[in-house]
Structures are given as structure tokens and as C-alpha cells.
Ligand binder design. Structure first.
Ligand code: B1M
Length: 810
């Protein structure tokens, strides 16, 4: 319902059915052209700056339809609805309802098609919510799903033919959007992402990770939009072609955006756009435009590309498993899956899980990562604990400190579903068996959420004794999976390792079954290797020998302890011997200087700096407390916390480390700081002169400001802390209200110091008796002078000196 009379000019909504089947068949048989930009076109039609374009569906429907008509006249045949920002979160402040806006948008696109008498399609457009999802931001995953679901329900009901999720820079939000589409309509789903020129997403993901996620979730086509022009997208398309088995979409901008006099400018002319796009067209099925493109660009592109033959879309055989930070490909090179996060026989881990000591689990994960694991198995099955909650929570915690993909390991389908749903990426799922009950429970989960699947060759009758028997169970699982639309490349057959101590032929049968599965079924394989040595002395020796034989039989992946030196030594040697290690580089790196493998540095003796860099909050707090007890807390900040954050900041800048890790380090630094706080405080009442303190507008960095606050309070100043992201007007208001003589401003980014300048200017005008001191890593004394600040403080202690000077205490 409309809650604001301004938008009450309701449209007549034509509720027709969409044509998903026709759309899918067109996707297979012809080149399809999307339209171009909507927002910039509406601006030319009078959309005021700062107004959400989606509101025009209700306010100025003719303007929206005119844009659609212009693109149809240019030859485009897929119209993106004007719903990029139609999620309730964005519309609510304007008093408009998603249902009305989305239904009107679809109706406008459909009526444009009807009026132009065109055979075209309407793509329900979903853009990002504009919020970061938890744990990195404050939007819960399920809330994100609900946001998108509201648009999908209304758009599908109004007759859209497909859903286009676009301009996504976070795989987690993308997953929420795809799930919302799959759960609320039966339309084909297409997705395009916004990568930087290095092929990275804002949250660190790369192209293989995006392919893994999207193909796992069952989208119909995928590709790129926005951010750059066609020429810059070429290398991205080449990379995408290596991994995807789906038709590719490319909707570039009219070149790289430039900022000029506060406006975004696009330089590429229609002819140049068309020329650049012809170089991509042979590999791309769906072409169109994004920001800065006009009907002129699209007309030129269509004229240039319409006769270029359609690419043939080829199925890739590689199994890809991913997390937010990247993907692991199962091919010729064996993959190491770390087995240590499994409480079976591990009392300390059981205790940690019972006591919710997540840091212990995270350290186990990080140690395995350091030792060479490429995927981490996560099994939290402890009697008496709710696995449905614990598996999800542990997976989420691990994903916040390591970019390694996870293998979700449980025999409880409800626990698997809860974790698979919230997992950021495409997990490996451990496991399904040949038992009917297991097939019925697990295969639908993999079909819905995506996932590589470990398939145990056992059934209602138990584990077949012979290799032929295990082959037959494997064949049955593959058949059932394929019948449910799961490609066999997604399956890893586990022919099961039984202890050789329990049966002389146990090792031999497993190796024989391994060979048969590979040769006769052509699928990939996995083994939990160490079980072979159970009950024997010198277990690692036996396990490593078996591992070598299994690798020789073509094993694709092994669930092992990566901290076991004999196992990892065997792997290094086998890779070289199998021709997987060019010039034996890996082998030499491992053994180069000494006959002994170097012990990988784990998390057992971390320094405070390392704990912060690795995002281990509890450990950082413990170490900070320890350091403060035996030294100077301020010194701990300067010598450990600041350098740690500098290090992660610089790795972030170099693209070695990404936002999720930056956030975890910031959280760890905060916990360490909280532990130091009691040692920084003098314990005396404040009651001294008042100082207003704030991080400026647009800036959410507040660690430094908080340190300044504690130190000022320590010197008995009364600090009125306005928090972070504070507008100049709010700072002025507080300064007038409290009649302070000193305001402290912090800013950490080049993009936010202009707001510092604005605040200084406002205070100088409206409260000229107030002094302003500024600080923050991005500032210099000369910059502080240039914006008219009275004082520059390079660190927290300098801030105290300034304050004492202002109040005549120095
Ligand atoms: Co961000 N971040 N960050 N970040 N982050 C920087 C600042 C950055 C330099 C990293 C990099 O690329 N190398 C970069 C800015 C680049 C630029 O200038 N353009 C950056 C970026 C780009 C971003 C995002 C845009 C990333 C993204 O989303 N793509 C985003 C911005 C969001 C926003 O603000 N709108 C973002 C987000 C974050 C986190 C949320 C993950 C987290 C902040 C958590 C928090 O503060 N609650 C974070 C962190 C931790 C950093 C780094 C790594 C560390 C900052 C820090 O806390 N330092 C930082 C890189 C770096 O600075 N090395 C970086 C430790 C702190 C004690 O030092 O604040 O300088 P500092 O304070 C010192 C002194 O400067 C002084 O005293 C303090 C103690 O000695 N001081 C004052 C500070 N304020 C003072 C005020 C005074 C006096 C002295 O008087 C009033």
C-alpha cells in the first residue's frame, strides 16, 4: 500500500504471465540484446539528483516507458525493469512500497513491448541492497533474502520473464538474491557481477569463486556489468570462459567512469562502444549496456554484432568449490582437505565445542591452512550439542578468519541444510551414501544450494566387501544424482578406507575400487586416508605409504592431517613424480635447504600483533591483558596494535587481504583495546573541561578516536563522544549545546577529510570561540593547517598535549 500520498497515482498493472520457457529456449538459440542504462536516461528526463529512479515507475511512468521504447527502437530485446533499487530498505524512506513499484515497473516494460509490437522479454532487475551483510556489516543474511524476495514476488506476479541480479560485488549478497529468486518464483535467474580490473570483487572473490557459487545455485547465465567499459572487460571474459559451462552476459559501461566537477562522466562514443564490443561478442551470448550507455550506444552495438555467430557453450568437467575469497578446482592435482576439526577422539576439541571456545577451533583451522590444507573439513558432532546451530555457527566463524573453502561434515541433514544455506560460497558436502534415506535427504539440498558432494560407497547392506560392490554403489549414487539434475562433475566418490589391521585385504580393495571408479565411471574420488592405519604402531608411516599408493591410483582429494609431516612429504614427492610440480619447484621449496621439512608456523606462540593480523579476538585480548600487566598499556597500543593494523591495511591495499579479514582484524584490535582500557584509565573521576569528539561524516573508522578518548579521560577531561560518521551539523549542534571550547575530529580516509574541512569551516563560522584539533592516519600537519584546524595531533598523546594547551594546563 502507498503510505505517501505523493506516490498515490497508482498505475494500471497488467498482470500477465511471464514466458520463462520461451526465454530459456531463446537463450539457447539466438543472440539476445539487453538494453542500456536507465538511471542516467531518467536524469535527462528530469529525475532530480538524489531521488531514487524506481519512484518514477509511479510518479512519471511515461518517462520510464519512453526509455524502454527508445531501447526497443534501438533493437534491444530484453528490457531491464526499473527496479534496481526497489528493495523495501531503499523505498521505505520515500514511503513507497516494493510491491507497487515492482509491479508497475514490469507492467511498464511489458506495455512498451506491446506498443512496439516486439517479441522481447522483461528481466526483473535486482540491484544490491547497499548494505554489507553480517558479519561484515549489519544486514542479516535472511533479512537480505527477504528484501530481494519482496521484489521477486511482485515482479514475477506482474509477468516478468526472467530475473536479472546485477552489479553485485559481494558473493554473499548475491547468494541471498539468488535464493530469494529461486524460492519465490520459477523464472530463470541470470546474474552479473562488478569486478575490478584485477578480476576481484569488493569482498575478495574472484571469477572461479563466482562461477562455483552461481552454477551451484543453478542460474541460467552469468557475467559482468558496470564498473568498466568493454575493452577492460575482455580479460575478464577470457577468464570466465575457462571456467563456466553457461552462456555469458556482458553489460559494460560506456567506458571507465571519470569524475569531473562532482559528476560521473563516460567518454566512449557509440561507435567506439560497438567496436570494442565486437571483440567480445564471439564469446558472449547476451550483450547490452550499463551506466553511461544510451540507445545510440545500443543501436551501434546491435548493428555491429547481430551477424557475429553465437558462441558454443561448452560444459567444463572441473569441480569447483568456493568460499568468499576464492575457489579450489578438483582436477589432476590432488586436493588436501584438512581433517582436524572433527571431535571424534579429540577431547580438547570436544571441550572447546562444549564451552563455545571458538578461538580454539579457529586456531585449528588457521594451523591447517598454514600447513597446506586447501579445504577444511568441519565436523562438530558432539553428543548433547545442537549440531544444527553449531555447524552453521562454526562454519560462519571459520569463514571470518580464513578464505579457505569448507567441507561441511555431518550425518544430520538439518544441520547440513542450516550450514549450507548460510555458507558464503559453494561448500563441499560430506556426505551422501547409497542408502535410499540418505539420497532422498541430501541430493535435494545439493540441488538447491549447490555443493560438491562426497559420496560414500555404502548402502542399506553396509560397506561392500569387494571393489566391484563399491563400484556398483557408486554407479547407483551417480545415477540418482543425475536424475535430480546434479552433474556428475559435482561428485567425489569415496570408496572408503577400512583399517588394514582389521582385514588383510582392506587396503588393497580400496585401491582397486579407486581405480575402477576412475576408469569405469570417469568421476573424481576422495578418501579419508588415515583410517587405514587405525590400531597399528607408527600410524603416520602406514598412512603415508597408503596415501602414496592411492595417489598413484589417481586419487583426486584426500582428507588428511596437513600437520602430519610424513603425509605432506609424501604428497610433495608424488606431485613431482606425477609431473604436477614444474621443475620440482614445490618439492625443492619444501626440502631445499634441509632433509627435514620446515615446521610450518602455527598459532601456538602468537604475538599480539600476529593475533590481531589473523583476526583472533579472544587471543588478542588475552595477550593484550598479559602485556599490559607487565608493561605500559599505551606502549602496547603503539608497538603492537597500530603496527598490526598498518600491516593488514597495507595488505588490504595491495589486494592480498580483503574486507572480511580487515574487519576481523579490526574486531580483534578492538577486543585487545578493551582489555587494555582498564590499564589506561587513571581511575580518577573526569569532571574536567568538556571536549566534543567525533569521527567525521562518511567515515566509520573509530579505533584511533576511541584511544584518544580514553587518554583524554585519563587526563580528567570530560569527553562528549559523538561516535563515528557524524555530520558537520551534528558536531556544531553538540558544540553549541555543551558550549565546548575544544572539538576533536578524526578522519582516516582521503574521501572523508573534505567533511573534516566542512566541519572546521562550519564551526569557525557558527562557534568562533571553539578550537578544533584534528587527527587520523591520513592527515598531515600541513593539511590540517590548510583546512583551518587549530591543532594537529599525530597520536593520542599529542591530542592530550593540545587539550592541555587549550585549557591552559600545559
Ligand atoms: Co579501513 N581503510 N576501510 N577499515 N582501514 C584504511 C583507513 C585504509 C588506509 C586501508 C588501505 O587501503 N590501506 C583505506 C583508506 C584509503 C583512503 O584513504 N582512501 C581504508 C578503506 C578504503 C576502507 C573501506 C572503504 C574499505 C571498503 O569497504 N572497501 C571501508 C570504509 C568504510 C567507511 O569508513 N565509510 C573501511 C572499513 C574498515 C573496517 C570497518 C574494516 C575497519 C575499521 C573498524 C573501526 O575503526 N571500527 C578498518 C580498518 C581497521 C582500517 C585500517 C587497517 C586501520 C585503521 C586503524 O584503526 N588504525 C586502515 C589502514 C591504516 O590506517 N593502516 C584502514 C589504528 C589506529 C589506532 O590508528 O586511527 O590512525 P589511527 O589513530 C591514531 C592516530 O592517527 C591518532 O591517534 C591514534 C592513536 O595513536 N588519531 C588522532 C586518530 N584520530 C585522532 C583524532 C585526534 C588526534 C589524534 O584528535 C581529535
Amino acid at each position: 500500500m502507498f503510505t505517501n500520498a505523493k506516490y498515490a497515482k497508482r498505475q494500471t498493472v497488467f498482470s500477465e504471465r511471464g514466458n520463462p520457457m520461451e526465454f530459456l529456449s531463446a537463450l539457447q538459440s539466438k543472440r539476445l540484446f539487453f538494453d542500456g542504462a536507465m538511471g542516467t536516461m531518467l536524469q535527462s528526463a528530469g529525475l532530480p539528483q538524489g531521488m531514487l529512479p524506481d519512484l518514477f515507475n509511479l510518479q512519471k511512468p511515461e518517462a520510464v516507458k519512453a526509455v524502454h521504447r527508445a531501447y526497443l527502437d534501438a533493437g534491444c530485446r530484453i528490457l531491464k525493469t526499473n527496479t534496481f533499487g526497489a528493495v523495501p530498505l531503499k523505498l521505505a524512506p520515500f514511503g513507497a512500497a516494493t510491491g507497487d513499484v515492482a509491479a508497475a515497473a514490469v507492467s511498464l516494460a511489458k506495455s512498451a513491448l506491446r506498443e512496439a509490437e516486439c517479441d522481447g522479454f522483461v528481466a526483473l532487475d535486482l540491484g544490491p541492497t547497499g548494505k554489507l551483510l553480517k558479519p561484515y556489516g549489519d544486514l542479516d543474511f535472511e533479512d537480505a533474502v527477504s528484501q530481494f524476495a519482496a521484489v521477486v514476488r511482485a515482479g514475477a506476479e506482474a509477468g516478468a520473464d526472467c530475473v536479472l541480479i546485477e552489479t553485485m560485488s559481494d558473493t554473499y549478497e548475491l547468494k541471498a538474491a539468488v535464493l530469494a529468486a529461486k524460492e519465490n518464483c520459477s523464472l530463470p535467474v541470470l546474474a552479473t557481477l562488478i569486478f575490478d580490473e584485477k578480476g576481484k570483487l569488493l569482498t575478495g572473490g574472484d571469477i572461479p569463486a563466482a562461477v562455483a557459487l552461481l552454477e551451484g545455485l543453478g542460474v541460467s547465465a552469468l557475467g559482468f556489468n558496470c564498473g568498466m567499459g568493454p575493452a577492460q572487460m575482455r580479460p575478464l571474459v577470457e577468464e570466465l570462459l575457462r571456467y563456466t559451462s553457461l552462456p555469458i552476459i556482458v553489460n559494460p559501461n560506456a567506458g571507465l567512469p571519470r569524475y569531473e566537477a562532482g559528476k560521473t562522466v563516460f567518454d566512449i562514443t557509440p561507435d567506439k562502444f560497438a567496436r570494442e564490443i565486437t571483440l567480445l561478442a564471439p564469446s558472449v551470448t547476451l550483450l547490452g549496456g550499463c551506466c553511461g550507455t544510451t540507445p545510440g550506444h545500443l543501436a551501434a552495438m546491435i548493428a555491429a554484432c547481430k551477424d557475429i555467430p553465437l558462441p558454443s557453450v561448452t560444459r567444463k568437467d572441473t569441480l569447483l568449490i568456493s568460499s568468499y575469497g576464492g575457489a579450489v578446482a578438483f582436477g589432476a592435482d590432488p586436493v588436501v582437505i584438512g581433517e582436524r576439526i572433527n571431535p571424534t577422539g579429540k577431547k580438547r576439541l570436544q571441550q572447546a565445542l562444549r564451552e563455545n571456545d571458538m578461538d580454539y577451533v579457529l586456531r585449528e583451522g588457521l594451523d591447517q591452512q598454514t600447513a597446506g590444507a586447501q579445504i577444511l573439513d568441519v565436523n562438530v558432532g558432539v553428543p548433547g550439542l545442537d549440531e544444527t546451530i553449531l555447524l552453521r555457527r562454526t562454519a560462519e566463524a571459520l569463514q571470518s578468519v580464513t578464505p579457505l573453502p569448507l567441507q561441511l561434515d555431518s550425518s544430520n541433514p538439518a544441520a547440513l541444510e542450516a550450514a549450507m544455506r548460510r555458507y558464503n560460497g559453494k561448500p563441499l558436502v560430506n556426505s551422501v551414501s547409497g542408502k535410499w534415506e540418505s539420497l532422498e535427504a541430501i541430493l535435494p539440498l545439493v540441488k538447491k544450494y549447490g555443493g560438491g558432494l562426497v559420496c560414500l560407497t555404502l548402502d542399506e547392506k553396509g560397506i561392500p566387501e569387494t571393489a566391484a560392490g563399491r563400484l556398483s554403489v557408486a554407479r547407483r549414487i551417480i545415477g540418482e544424482a543425475e536424475d535430480r539434475g546434479i552433474d556428475r562433475r559435482e561428485l567425489l566418490i569415496d570408496v572408503l578406507t577400512l583399517p588394514v589391521s582389521a582385514g588383510d585385504r582392506n587396503g588393497a580393495v580400496t585401491l582397486e575400487a579407486l581405480r575402477m571408479v576412475r576408469e569405469q565411471l570417469g568421476v573424481k574420488t576422495v578418501l579419508g586416508v588415515s583410517n587405514v592405519s587405525f590400531g597399528l604402531p607408527k600410524r603416520e608411516q602406514m598412512s603415508a605409504a597408503f596415501f602414496t599408493l592411492a595417489l598413484g591410483a589417481g586419487l583426486s582429494a584426500a582428507i588428511i592431517n596437513p600437520k602430519s609431516q610424513p603425509m605432506m612429504d609424501a604428497l610433495a614427492a608424488c606431485r613431482s613424480l606425477a609431473g604436477l610440480d614444474p621443475r620440482c619447484a614445490g618439492y625443492i621449496k619444501r626440502f631445499g635447504d634441509s632433509p627435514e621439512a620446515p615446521a610450518p608456523s602455527g598459532t601456538s606462540d602468537l604475538t599480539l600483533k600476529e593475533a590481531v593480523c589473523r583476526g583472533l579476538g579472544a587471543e588478542a585480548a588475552r595477550l593484550a591483558g598479559e602485556a599490559a600487566r607487565s608493561g605500559d598499556a599505551m606502549e602496547v597500543i603503539q608497538s603492537s596494535l597500530v603496527p598490526a593494523l598498518d600491516e593488514v591495511g597495507s595488505s588490504f591495499e595491495k589486494g592480498v587481504l580483503f574486507l572480511p579479514q580487515l574487519l576481523m582484524s579490526a574486531e580483534a584490535a578492538k577486543k585487545a583495546f578493551d582489555a587494555l582500557r582498564p590499564y589506561l584509565s587513571s581511575g580518577e573521576e573526569s569532571g574536567g573541561p568538556k571536549i566534543v569528539l567525533a569521527t567525521v561524516k562518511g567515515d566509520i573508522h573509530d579505533i584511533g578516536k576511541n584511544i584518544v578518548k580514553v587518554l583524554l579521560e585519563n587526563y580528567r577531561f570530560t569527553v562528549i563522544d559523538l561516535g563515528r560518521d557524524v555530520a558537520p551539523e551534528a558536531i556544531l549542534e553538540a558544540s553549541l549545546r555543551e558550549d565546548v571550547k575544544l572539538v576533536g575530529l578524526s578522519a582516516l580516509m582521503t574521501t572523508t577529510v573534505p567533511f573534516m574541512e566542512e566541519t572546521v569551516r562550519l564551526l569557525a563560522k557558527e562557534k568562533p570561540d571553539c578550537r578544533v584539533m584534528v587527527g587520523g592516519a591520513v592527515l598531515t600537519r600541513s593539511y590540517a593547517d590548510s583546512i583551518g584546524a587549530h591543532f594537529y595531533a599525530k597520536d593520542a598523546m599529542a591530542a592530550v598535549h593540545c587539550a592541555r594547551q587549550v585549557f591552559g594546563e600545559a
